[in-house]
Design a protein around this ligand. Structure first.
Ligand SMILES: N[C@@H](CCC(=O)N[C@@H](CS)C(=O)NCC(=O)O)C(=O)O
Length: 245
């Protein structure tokens, strides 16, 4: 299987962690968001990552991809067995992809990290301030009522846990971690999930992605042990030397 994506995307991380949980082999085509070529646009009509290619099957959207993985490969189940728990797990995945995506990716990570790196100019400071003062507190106040004091949401780690925690890693990259005094359950839970090997093993590749320019990144990823496709078929080169994610 091949995943077209960037190691620092929360949606790509979610898919990679699920592949890791199931013990499936995959290669990465490490595209930079916003730099996909025409072939990429054909595979991903919304021009988003991740994209999964499995033989003659091409799939977009992390939720669709993870549902396919769970149905196609038994391995570690991504959803709990109980039907009501399964429904709640899907809700947490949706809440993460939509709400945590809004506040942590578009409100923080994009403004503080992606926009300066890709476009070479600062992001929207007013939006960051509103995100920190209003949007994150209301979002975490809700999560704090939902998350367990120990372990994971539904017994063993699964899709709901991975979906939620993945966004907190991008929040940390944008210099936000939940205050353990105000949100103790959230802080503890996020730390536990991110420390799980399925997610922790991705950190070295994310570090390379965040610390290198496009020049030399491929070799640095290979040196860190990443399994990359021989040659990208979907990415055009950003301006030489630009610090892209
Ligand atoms: N609903 C999609 C969202 C994917 C998404 O927004 N990916 C971002 C990267 S984190 C992207 O590709 N952005 C490029 C763009 O919006 O043009 C999923 O779950 O896969």
């Amino acid at each position: 299987m091949k995943i077209i994506g960037s190691y620092v995307s929360p949606y790509v991380r979610k898919v990679l962690a699920c592949l890791n949980l199931k013990g499936l082999d995959y290669e990465i085509d490490p595209i930079t968001p916003f730099f996909g070529n025409d072939d990429f646009a054909c595979m991903s009509p919304l021009r988003r990552i991740p994209v999964l290619v499995d033989g003659d099957l091409t799939l977009c959207d992390s939720s669709v991809i993870c549902a396919y993985l769970d149905e196609a490969w038994p391995g570690h189940p991504l959803l709990p067995a109980d039907v009501k728990d399964r429904a709640r797990a899907r809700w947490f995945e949706e809440f993460a992809d939509t709400r945590l995506g809004d506040v942590f990716i578009w409100g923080l990570f994009y403004q503080r990290v992606v926009h300066p790196a890709v476009w070479g100019e600062p992001g929207d400071v007013a939006r960051v301030e509103k995100t920190l003062a209003e949007d994150i507190p209301t979002t975490l106040d809700y999560l704090e009522t939902q998350l367990p004091a120990n372990g994971f949401l539904f017994g063993d780690i699964g899709l709901a846990d991975i979906s939620v925690a993945s966004f907190f890693r991008n929040a940390a990259y944008a210099e936000f971690t939940p205050d353990a005094a105000r949100w103790p359950l959230t802080a503890g839970y996020v730390g536990r999930v991110l420390a799980h090997p399925a997610l922790a093993c991705l950190v070295p590749f994310e570090d390379v992605q965040r610390s290198t320019t496009i020049v030399g990144r491929r070799q640095a990823l290979l040196d860190a042990g990443a399994r990359l496709v021989a040659e990208s078929v979907v990415s055009r080169q950003p301006q030489r030397g630009i610090m892209t994610l």
